[in-house]
Design a protein around this ligand. Structure first.
Ligand SMILES: CC(C)(COP(=O)(O)OP(=O)(O)OC[C@H]1O[C@@H](n2cnc3c(N)ncnc32)[C@H](O)[C@@H]1OP(=O)(O)O)[C@@H](O)C(=O)NCCC(=O)NCCS
Length: 142
């Protein structure tokens, strides 16, 4: 297994990123993951999302953006055969640098309640699970 590089996630990474997400158990995918909607997210948040590559293969992703107030992460994943080598940590740290540069000093993310591995990762990164907040969601009909 060779070394890896980190670079910004670009719209043309969509197919490889989607393939990786589809192979990742615990990654909730929805209509928000269409090519068009991912493109919209990236154009609203340029230079904030990252990929890890090994050779020509995409082996990690993180989507990051902000709304002018708080940052948000989606779709942090590292391909199973590249885990536990600090790649997830590096992807998150790249985003934190960009958020800080944009003046954003706190960020949030969602973890499915049965993803104990994901929770252990975020805790080791200094993130705190919130017991005091419930998430409310509503679909906006067309
Ligand atoms: C979560 C995930 C991205 C971690 O990627 P990774 O590259 O293996 O993580 P790193 O090697 O950078 O680990 C960073 C820290 O998290 C800890 N960690 C990583 N995986 C862990 C696990 N399964 N259990 C406990 N701790 C873990 C490491 O010990 C490390 O801490 P340290 O630096 O203090 O030793 C990867 O396991 C993954 O893709 N999981 C499936 C998708 C997912 O659950 N995403 C997160 C939910 S949104």
């Amino acid at each position: 297994m060779g070394s890896h590089t980190i670079r910004e996630l670009l719209p043309e990474d969509y197919e490889a990123a989607l393939a990786l997400w589809q192979k990742t158990p615990g990654m909730g995918l929805s209509e928000a993951d269409s090519r068009e909607n991912i493109g919209m997210f990236l154009s609203r948040n340029p230079g904030m999302s990252f990929v890890a590559e090994a050779g020509n293969e995409l082996i990690g992703t993180i989507l990051c953006g902000h709304d002018g107030r708080r940052g948000i992460f989606y779709h942090l994943t590292v391909r199973h055969d590249y885990r536990k080598r600090g790649i997830g940590r590096t992807l998150v740290e790249c985003c934190l640098v960009r958020l800080k540069a944009a003046g954003i000093l706190k960020c949030h993310l969602f973890v499915l309640a049965d993803n104990s591995q994901g929770m252990a990762f975020w805790e080791s990164m200094g993130f705190q699970g919130r017991e005091d907040i419930h998430i409310y969601s509503r679909t906006i009909n067309q």
